[in-house]
Design a protein around this ligand. Structure first.
Ligand SMILES: [Zn+2]
Length: 170
């Protein structure tokens, strides 16, 4: 791997993650990808998320906007609700969210309010991403909680799933 593509695959918004982070975190990103594939069953944009606490998945979600006819039914919001139910707490302190696509402003807001500690993102969303791409809600000095962010974990798999979905619809 040359220096440039190495850099492309390992861009850190916050400088808090050691490089070996990727190996551990690709395992949970694969779980988020499995969630994303469930969205295909009801023709929803394939985005998936899992929330991990102490190396255990405590919440899962996939995009269900079309299925539920609910514009707020994004994978991350569903995963947050599920995780809070699992631990019976309104805060997800010491939890890590894995999501296949960079969260939108609504989800980034929900994640800040949930106080999730870390976020691992598959592919970035240049059109609506609110974790550094278009906006930075998730790790913003003006808010009272900042999420540590790592992105581009299994980026190729995550973006290819979306590309396949949109290609098939054209
Ligand atoms: Zn969202």
């Amino acid at each position: 791997m040359d220096a440039e593509s190495d850099q492309k695959n390992a861009i850190f918004i916050n400088n808090v993650f050691p490089l070996n982070f990727f190996e551990k975190h690709s395992r949970f990103m694969r779980q988020a990808l499995m969630e994303a594939e469930k969205a295909l069953l009801h023709d929803d944009v394939p985005v998936g998320a899992v929330i991990v606490h102490n190396n255990q998945i405590i919440g899962r979600g996939h995009n269900q906007v079309e299925q539920l006819k609910d514009p707020t039914a994004h994978a991350e919001v569903i995963a947050v609700t599920a995780a809070c139910e699992t631990i019976n707490d309104k805060f997800l302190t010491d939890c890590t969210l894995y999501v296949t696509l960079e969260p939108c402003p609504m989800c980034a807001g929900a994640l800040v309010w949930s106080r999730v500690s870390k976020m691992v993102i598959g592919s970035l969303d240049a059109k609506a991403g609110a974790c550094g791409s278009v906006f930075n809600i998730a790790s913003n000095d003006k808010l009272n909680h900042k999420i540590e962010i790592l992105h581009s974990v299994l980026e190729d798999e995550c973006s290819e799933l979306l590309r396949r979905f949109f290609r098939a619809r054209r």
